[in-house]
Design a protein around this ligand. Structure first.
Ligand SMILES: Nc1ncnc2c1ncn2[C@@H]1O[C@H](COP(=O)(O)OP(=O)(O)OP(=O)(O)O)[C@@H](O)[C@H]1O
Length: 328
């Protein structure tokens, strides 16, 4: 497992990572989420000893990265897909890595096959699309058959088939008992991939939670009803002790009551309905609310403006509890 303790990084006056303490467990995919500029890449670079922490430590199975024997066979990482020698073919790029790390040549063909690049193995990587470069970066991460894998925004540039593929790859790697730590700024993507979530904003830990718990807290199910006789519908609902919230465009939102019961009620009172639909609130919205105070840039009248307005509030266990305020 990977353990971070008080990990902190300043770049000049910029505090990129602010006393991060968390543990990444083995055998599951852990999603590392945060808005742009939250400090995800900086944290991952420090995990790999590519950047020195200003304070704090990272331990990999109890050791510092530089104390690992044959690090490529211990930790595989994809940080920047375009950081390859463009003049080399995909095969030669991987072969150089293999040879300098004591990894058998046969492994190169295997990983090229795994990532679906065998047919372009002899082509120079400078001609690769971003999606192909991501696949090459993933091949390099897998080369040493490592127990721990770090992926920084691996779905960037991938088409839907590629996204589906990498999702399954990460889950399979975790199911084989490996530690898989993957960063993203897309909650919806992580919801389909990760079992555990670490959320940061402005370098600080905002949440460390299982995905199931996050979904449980934030997936609000409700029913939307719309009727040309809204007043009468409200009277009927209130008469049954059902609370409804008017959300504009003539719609009502009702929590905790099945659509079947609401439809039956409307029928019994001969109410015309234009809509009766079960709804699921999006996890992306919950994530945006959670990190709202910590996004580095907000769109404002079409102009990006710096909006670092103090630290985000730590999660108090009831994130998203304010959803009702949204619609009134
Ligand atoms: N080498 C550097 N020199 C100076 N500032 C840096 C450097 N690297 C990162 N930063 C700053 O540190 C902060 C965190 O950046 P980082 O790239 O780690 O965030 P991120 O969460 O990975 O963002 P993104 O999702 O946009 O990649 C940002 O304010 C960034 O501008």
């Amino acid at each position: 497992m990977i353990e971070l303790e008080g990990l902190t990084k300043y770049y000049g006056d910029t505090l990129a990572v602010d006393h991060l303490t968390f543990t990444v467990l083995t055998g599951i995919v852990t999603g590392f989420l945060g808005p742009n500029g939250a400090g995800k890449s900086t944290t991952m670079r420090m995990m790999l000893d590519l950047d020195n922490p200003t304070e704090g430590t990272v331990r990999i199975d109890g050791k510092h990265y530089r104390q690992l024997d044959d690090p490529l066979t211990y930790v595989g990482a994809l940080l920047d897909a375009k950081a390859v020698h463009g003049g080399r073919s995909a095969f030669n790029h991987l072969l150089c890595l293999a040879q300098s790390n004591g990894i058998p040549r046969a492994r190169v063909g295997e990983v090229l096959d795994t990532v679906g690049l065998s047919s372009v193995a002899g082509k120079r990587s400078k001609g690769f699309s971003l999606g192909m470069s991501q696949r090459l970066g993933i091949a390099a991460a897998l080369l040493g058959d490592p127990k721990i894998l770090l992926f920084d925004e691996p779905v960037n540039g991938l088409d839907p088939e590629g996204i589906h593929w990498i999702r399954n790859l990460m889950k399979n790697l975790a199911a084989q008992g490996r530690t898989v730590f993957v960063s993203s700024h897309l909650m919806s993507e992580m919801a389909l991939t990760a079992e555990h979530l670490i959320v940061i904003g402005q370098g600080r830990l905002i949440a460390d939670t299982s995905m199931a718990d996050f979904i449980h807290r934030n997936s609000r199910s409700y029913v939307r009803m719309r009727s040309p006789e809204q007043e009468r519908l409200l009277d009927v609902l209130h008469g049954e002790g059902i609370e409804a919230v008017a959300v504009g465009n003539g719609s009502l939102e009702i929590d905790g009551v099945p659509a079947e019961r609401l439809g039956g009620l409307a029928a019994r009172h001969q109410l015309v309905l234009h809509e009766l639909s079960p709804q699921q609130a999006s996890l992306e919205e919950a994530f945006m609310r959670l990190t709202a105070g910590s996004v580095e840039y907000h769109a404002h009248d079409g102009e990006p403006v710096t909006a670092r307005t103090g630290p985000p509030e730590p999660a108090q266990g009831g994130w998203g509890a304010d959803w009702r305020k949204k619609g009134g």
